[in-house]
Design a protein around this ligand. Structure first.
Ligand SMILES: [Zn+2]
Ligand SMILES: [Zn+2]
Length: 766
């Protein structure tokens, strides 16, 4: 007789399919379990604990389906085990969210259990910030109970007049007790009946900023608002294409207001970087009649649990959040609008399983909820542009004018190679004469300057000074060069090198390990620009009037917010950094934007390099001239005639998109075809080659019309000691790719983990 005999009596119990939070992917749905009588009330979407495998290891999972009595579970009833318990968090996902999760799971080829696990924030799972409260009510009968004092009787009389049940401390206060102890004695004696309630202390953290008067929409804004409003109540796609400063946010706010007025809820996705308290406060201030919840990485665990619980309970009308807010647990039937600001942002793509794209997921979520989705950008992704202009799947709204009071910045592209040949000053490395003079003028006019260089560190090329030697400092675990950084936090200036892929660090060697000659560092890095700036402009003092913002200096969202606040107050004259400073910043006194090198993104081995460069140059130029005085942008480049740079300087997105789309079409690349990348990783080079070849061969046997490329060595052939090879799937329609991936999953070929990643609609090529 089995030790678990008592657990396997499941004769008349309801059967459910549970997706466990493991990378098991044998069946598309999950495993069959029985719902014990005590848990019979659990619906689909409830998180539970189930016994898994021979050892019956308690494992978290989700009820994804109730089996109808007529359906054959496929295994003998006496082999079906009961669910152990409901998850202590008590989470039940709305059924629309469950349906959405199933789509994410299928489309991005990630097991449903893993997908659901990633939807639920850890803070909610661990019930951080959850408190237990005691509620009390009068006993149904006082018969046979011990005598009580007058004061105790008074408490009961007071309770009789109050709405019940009531929280224990509230009754103590109403009855005039200073502690809960006398009431606890009444519970013990049976005069009061106590129940426990757990709750998350939920409150709104979106604090309203200064309430600015609502501007009257321009004719272009009003036309977009009217057209999109007509689609409330049905699925429709809209693309708002507006130059920076043209007032896209005003359109979002008006639509959010209208959505709430109609009794529906809305999701507004914004890039993580622009989720400053400033932005959120401005939106909350305008949406006076709406309750706004916020979800982003800067929240504490307790806050995240709060906001999530608030949404789950239907307590919020609008959620503003980063990528993962697309999984906001909005009650069924109430989602009325989804907005994705800066829809072209690469940060919307998640780089761990499920590797979803926030914008594409937003479109799908709106479709499931039968509501409109609005994408907005000054430099739309070519995917969205093609959908609007060529395929007419979405309606295009153009905003061609900057809001009143904003000037279009004048953008000049400087041929940096020519400048350097002309001046022959060997000390001029990064800031050429044109940019330097413009900076001097901006400072003289009491303006502020933003400088962009999209590369962290001090220098990115470390090699032997003797050209015959050929020694170059590369990471021992990755096929990538090491980047030199300078640490000035301690007493002495210390140079070290770091690998930007596996994050390993070493001290910078003085001499070449091969020949003993001195080591030199070349190339660009934000730290080196910072050093040159302080030499050129003595008034710029590091950490005071000059601040560098990059992934090395801004370790938390708070650092970033503090830096922006100081810049806003004018304490910092020059802000320099990586693309963190290119986006969404709105400071009226920025008179000059400089791009130290527009070429850094062009050099990437990625067919989207041109698109990224155009976006970056446009976005950062748009930061100038947001006040009353005119703004300028100066772009230094060794390749000033590159269309991406030349057209970004002319603010001509449409011309750029036309050229770039023609190129993509002729090469059969996205957005004309869908692309999925399968990356095979292994510590052994031969094993990596063999496994990827086997996988490619297996997929080719059922790939049909889907083109299977590779395996080929990834652009970065080894990261953190693992060799990397890729297989690319290309097809006209997403459905064809989905079919091949689903077949591969059914055959057990796609076990996600350390050794395999599947990236559908991949946007990075490394
Ligand atoms: Zn490395
Ligand atoms: Zn050497």
């Amino acid at each position: 007789m089995s030790l678990f005999a008592s657990n396997t009596v499941t004769e008349d119990l309801q059967l459910v399919v549970v997706a466990v939070e493991r990378a098991v992917d044998r069946s598309p749905d999950g495993l069959t379990y029985a719902l014990p009588t005590s848990l019979a009330h659990l619906p689909d979407g409830a998180r539970v604990e189930v016994p898994l495998g021979r050892g019956e290891t308690p494992t978290a999972g989700w009820i994804v389906r109730h089996l109808p009595a007529t359906e054959d579970p496929g295994i003998p009833r006496d082999k079906i085990k009961p669910i152990l318990a409901q998850d202590p968090s008590g989470v039940v996902l709305p059924s629309e969210l469950m349906q959405f999760a199933r789509w994410i799971s299928a489309y991005y080829a990630c097991p449903i259990g893993m997908t659901l696990a990633s939807i639920l924030p850890a803070a909610v799972r661990k019930a951080i910030g959850r408190v237990e409260r005691t509620l009390v009510d009068l006993a149904p009968s006082l018969e046979g109970l011990a005598k009580i004092t007058k004061k105790q009787q008074h408490a009961l009389d007071v309770l009789a007049t109050l709405p019940r049940p009531i929280e224990l401390p509230d009754l103590a206060e109403a009855a005039g007790y200073s502690t809960n102890e006398p009431l606890k004695r009444l519970i013990a004696s049976g005069h009061l009946v106590a129940t426990k309630k757990t709750a998350v202390e939920a409150g709104f953290i979106a604090r309203a900023g200064n309430v600015a008067p609502a501007p009257t929409p321009t004719a272009e804004q009003q036309a977009a608002i009217t057209a999109i409003s007509r689609d409330f109540g049905q699925f429709a796609q809209h693309l708002v294409f507006g130059v920076t400063g043209s007032g896209k946010t005003e359109i979002y706010i008006r639509l959010l207001e209208e959505c709430v007025r109609r009794g529906k809820r809305a999701i507004l996705l914004v890039p993580e970087i622009s989720l400053t308290p400033q932005t959120v406060g401005r939106i909350a201030a305008r949406l006076t009649s709406a309750k706004v919840a916020v979800l982003h990485s800067g929240l504490t665990d307790a806050q995240r649990n709060q906001q999530w619980t608030l949404l789950c309970e239907g307590g919020a009308d609008v959620v503003v959040g980063a990528r993962s807010a697309i999984f906001a647990p909005i009650p069924d039937g109430s989602l009325g609008l989804v907005v994705v600001d800066e829809e072209h942002e690469p940060g919307y793509k998640q780089d761990s399983a499920p590797r979803y794209h926030g914008r594409d997921a937003a479109i799908r979520r709106a479709q499931l909820a039968k509501c409109p989705v609005v994408l907005g950008s000054a430099t739309p992704s070519l995917e969205s542009w093609m959908n609007a202009v060529e395929r007419r799947i979405s309606t295009l709204h153009r905003l061609t004018k900057r809001a009143p009071g904003l000037n279009t910045p004048k953008v000049a592209v400087v041929d940096f190679g020519a400048e350097r040949r002309e001046i022959r000053d060997r000390r001029v490395n990064l800031i050429g004469p044109t940019l330097r003079e413009a900076m001097q003028k901006a400072f003289a006019d009491d303006g502020q300057v933003l400088l962009l260089l999209n590369r962290r560190g001090y220098a990115n090329y470390i090699a032997c000074s003797d050209q015959r030697c050929q020694w170059k400092f590369t990471c021992t675990d990755c096929d990538a060069g090491m980047v030199c950084h300078v640490d000035e936090s301690g007493a002495a200036r210390r140079s070290y090198v770091r690998c930007h892929h596996c994050l390993s660090e070493q001290l910078l060697p003085k001499n070449c390990p091969d020949c003993g000659k001195p080591v030199t560092v070349f190339g660009l890095g934000t730290q080196r620009v910072e050093e040159e700036l302080t030499r050129l402009f003595p008034s710029l003092i590091e950490g005071d009037t000059l601040l560098r913002i990059d992934g090395d200096t801004m370790q938390t969202a708070q650092h970033f917010h503090d830096a922006l606040e100081r810049f806003g107050k004018g304490e910092i004259r020059c802000l320099m950094g990586t693309q963190m400073i290119a986006k969404g910043l709105d400071f009226p006194n920025v008179r000059l934007v400089g791009v130290v090198s527009a070429d850094t993104a062009l050099a990437l081995p990625d067919f989207r390099a041109g698109e990224r460069t155009f976006q970056l140059v446009s976005q950062v130029s748009g930061r100038a001239g947001r006040g009353e005085k005119a703004g300028r942008a100066i772009i230094q480049s060794f390749e000033p005639e590159t269309p991406a740079i030349r057209l970004a300087a002319l603010h001509d997105f449409e011309q750029f998109a036309t050229l770039e789309l023609a190129d993509r079409k002729s090469f059969g690349l996205p957005p004309y075809r869908r692309l999925a990348r399968l990356i095979v990783r292994h510590p052994g080079e031969t094993a990596c080659a063999e496994r990827s070849a086997e996988l490619a061969a297996a997929i080719r046997s059922f790939s049909g019309g889907v083109e299977v490329r590779g395996p080929s060595v990834c652009p970065i052939a080894r990261i953190a000691g693992k060799y990397r090879r890729q297989i690319e799937l290309l097809a006209e329609s997403p459905a064809e790719i989905s079919r091949v991936l689903a077949e591969a999953r059914t055959r057990g070929l796609l076990k996600l983990g350390e050794e395999l990643a599947v990236d559908v609609d991949a946007i990075a090529a490394l």
